[in-house]
Design a protein around this ligand. Structure first.
Ligand SMILES: [Fe+2]
Length: 320
């Protein structure tokens, strides 16, 4: 993953309790020291930066653990507070989650800390349930950067909302779905970086290697964690397609667990709507059209209808 400085939303820095870490400003591709270790960050700093339209500061990789602890211990309280708007809460959720999921991708053994995953999904549920603007706010916030784990979080938020629209799930089931979806691409830690980052076409051997990630993620998580069958199913089957053209098992519709179907659809949708090197992000309604026309029969049409209703709200209300 390289040297990855982590953005911290300025609103989420509470001077009295924020840990004493060096904070950096981003200037082009460089990070410039704003506050060194040992110097206070006070409310005036926050006001000045926000007055200059600076939305976030950055923390260097060496301080990630301290930051993650702070965010995870305070997320619930910050999310329940009335003093933040939807966008700020989106930033807080994003912050907590990328630190955590990023951490997992770098230190896979930490996935054994099951309570941590559960706490994160609880916070995400809290945010999604109490805020109508949640999905859109998260999308805006996520445009900061894009990594496997940011993608995982985006797919998870969408998948939880889609599940709530289409199925009647208990709180526990929804948490299981959330955890499985958050970890759906966990098996990518076993795929060599040069395959994951290759910009040209993959060779057949590389494709075969890549396609092992659902099964490898499933095996690792089954052995190392207490994840439920529902969560594990999402990891194992998130590349299956309704018409049997998916992998690893080429399962057909009824045999694919429904939460894996939802994850597969949200995974593809989030891939289409994000800006990536070599391809521009597609707007929601075009992405849905592609899924309907070019990938006909790959997904359950009831799920596609519900997804469209969730993500195309603005387009539908606009005059033609
Ligand atoms: Fe995947």
């Amino acid at each position: 993953m390289g040297e990855f400085y982590v953005p911290v939303a300025i609103e989420s820095i509470e001077p009295e309790i924020f840990p004493d870490v060096a904070l950096f400003l981003k200037s082009g591709n460089n990070y410039v020291l704003y506050k060194s270790h040992g110097r206070n960050f006070d409310r005036e700093d926050a006001a000045r930066l926000m007055g200059n339209s600076v939305a976030c500061l950055y923390v260097r990789p060496a301080d990630l653990e301290v930051l993650t602890d702070y965010m995870e211990n305070n997320a619930e309280r910050l999310l329940k507070s009335d003093s933040f708007d939807s966008k700020t809460k989106g930033k807080i959720i994003y912050q907590t989650s990328i630190n955590f999921v990023g951490d997992l991708f770098q230190h896979p053994e930490k996935v054994e800390d099951f309570d941590r995953s559960r706490r994160l999904i609880e916070n995400l549920l809290l945010y999604l349930a109490n805020d109508k603007e949640a999905l859109r706010s998260l999308e805006t916030v996520m445009s900061y950067n894009y990594h496997t784990f940011v993608h995982s979080l985006q797919v998870t938020a969408l998948s939880i909302l889609l599940h709530s629209e289409v199925y009647l799930l208990s709180r526990d089931e929804l948490e299981d779905v959330g955890i499985g979806t958050l970890l759906h691409d966990f098996g990518k830690i076993f795929v060599p970086q040069d395959i994951l980052n290759k910009s040209g076409k993959l060779t057949e051997t590389e494709i075969a290697q890549f396609k092992k990630h659902p099964e490898e993620g499933y095996r690792y998580l089954k052995e190392k964690t207490r994840l439920s069958e529902v969560s594990l199913d999402v990891v194992r089957f998130h590349h299956e397609r309704n018409n049997g053209t998916g992998y690893p098992n080429g399962l057909k519709a009824a045999l694919i667990p429904r939460s894996a179907q939802v994850c597969a659809l949200c995974d593809l949708y989030c891939t289409l709507t994000i800006d990536r090197t070599g391809r521009k992000a597609l707007p929601p309604h075009i992405s849905i059209n592609i899924i309907r026309q070019e990938m006909k029969d790959s997904f359950n049409s009831r799920l596609v209808d519900a997804l469209e209703a969730l993500v195309c709200v603005e387009e539908m209300s606009m005059p033609l």
